[in-house]
Design a protein around this ligand. Structure first.
Ligand SMILES: Nc1ncnc2c1ncn2[C@@H]1O[C@H](COP(=O)(O)OP(=O)(O)OP(=O)(O)O)[C@@H](O)[C@H]1O
Ligand SMILES: [Mg+2]
Length: 258
C-alpha cells in the first residue's frame, strides 16, 4: 500500500550538540510516500532532534538527509527555505498562532513565502480550515477558540500549501483526549488523501493507532514496526479483521543502498 517513493531518507545521521551531547548516533531511516509514522521513545532520546533533521530545521553533524530526493547538505539556505515551503508542513505541541489574528489570517500568513498571491492565500486558507472542520470559525481569534480548535488551525496552516510531508512534534500533547482525537482524525484524513506524516508521541494509544512505529532510544532507532491492518482512531475501534498476511511491498527495509 505504501509507495516505494522515498519522501525521507536518512543515512548515518548523527547530531552532536555543543557540550558534546550526542543526540543522534547514526540513524538510517526511510519514510515512503503515504506512510504515517509514529516516533516514540523516552524523554531525551532524540525524537525532536530527529524530526528537526527530517524537517531541515537543523543540519546533521554527519550523515546524509534527503527530502523528496534533494540532498539537504547540497542546498543553500535559500534553497532549503524553498524546499521547506514546498514540501514540508510543521505542527508543534504549542500551537504558535499569532494572537489577535483571525484563524483565516493565521493560516493565510503561513503561505506568505510560497509565492501565492494574497487572494489565493485567503482562498486556500479557507479551504484548509474547512478541511479541519473549522469552516465556521474563520474570523475567530486564537483566544476565542478551544485548544483543540487552535491546534486544528495550526494543522490547517501546516497543510494549506498541500505539502507532501507533514511533521508533528507531540501535536496532541496540550490537548485533552477528546480534542486530541479530533486532531488525530484530521491527520488520519490527510494521510488517507496522500499526505505522508511523521509524528512524535508519548501516548501509547496514539502510537498503537499509527500503522508504523519507529522507536528511538539513546539517539538510535531501536525498533521499526508496521501494522498492516487498517488503522482506526483510538476512540473508534471498529477494527477490521487482519488484512492479508504479510501484505504489500516491504517498504520498511531500511538500508543504505550500496
Ligand atoms: N540545542 C541543544 N543543545 C544542547 N543539547 C540539546 C539541544 N537540544 C537537545 N539537546 C539534548 O539532546 C538530547 C535529545 O534531545 P531531544 O529534544 O531530541 O529529545 P526528545 O526525545 O525529543 O525528548 P522529549 O520527549 O523530552 O521531547 C537530550 O539529551 C537533550 O538534552
Ligand atoms: Mg522532544
Amino acid at each position: 500500500m505504501n509507495g516505494t517513493k522515498k519522501v525521507v531518507e536518512l543515512v548515518g545521521v548523527t547530531k552532536v550538540y555543543p557540550g558534546d551531547v550526542a543526540a543522534l548516533r547514526g540513524v538510517d531511516l526511510v519514510i515512503g510516500a503515504g506512510d504515517l509514522v509514529a516516533i516514540v521513545g523516552p524523554s531525551g532520546s532524540g525524537k525532536s532532534t530527529l524530526l528537526h533533521m527530517i524537517g531541515t530545521l537543523d543540519r546533521p553533524t554527519s550523515g546524509t538527509v534527503r527530502i523528496a530526493g534533494y540532498e539537504v547538505g547540497d542546498l543553500t539556505d535559500r534553497e532549503l527555505s524553498a524546499l521547506r515551503a514546498r514540501h514540508l508542513g510543521f505542527v508543534f505541541q504549542q500551537f504558535h498562532l499569532a494572537p489577535g489574528t483571525s484563524a483565516l489570517d493565521n493560516v493565510a500568513d503561513g503561505l506568505l513565502y510560497s509565492g501565492t498571491p494574497p487572494k489565493a492565500r485567503r482562498e486556500r486558507a479557507a479551504a484548509a480550515l474547512e478541511r479541519v472542520g473549522l469552516g465556521h470559525r474563520l474570523g475567530h481569534r486564537p483566544h476565542q477558540m478551544s485548544g483543540g480548535e487552535q491546534q486544528r488551525v495550526a494543522v490547517a496552516r501546516a497543510v494549506a500549501g498541500e505539502p507532501p510531508l507533514l511533521l508533528a512534534d507531540e501535536p496532541t500533547g496540550n490537548l485533552d483526549s477528546a480534542a486530541g482525537a479530533e486532531v488525530l482524525a484530521v491527520l488520519r484524513d490527510l494521510n488517507a488523501s496522500g499526505t505522508t506524516i511523521a509524528l512524535i508521541t508519548h501516548d501509547a494509544e496514539i502510537a498503537a493507532w499509527a500503522p508504523r512505529r519507529v522507536g528511538v532510544r539513546d539517539g538510535r532507532i531501536v525498533t521499526d514496526e508496521r501494522t498492516e491492518t487498517a488503522a482506526a482512531t483510538p476512540a473508534t475501534t471498529a477494527a477490521k479483521p487482519a488484512a492479508k498476511p504479510v501484505a504489500g511491498p516491504g517498504a520498511e527495509t531500511v538500508e543504505a543502498a550500496r
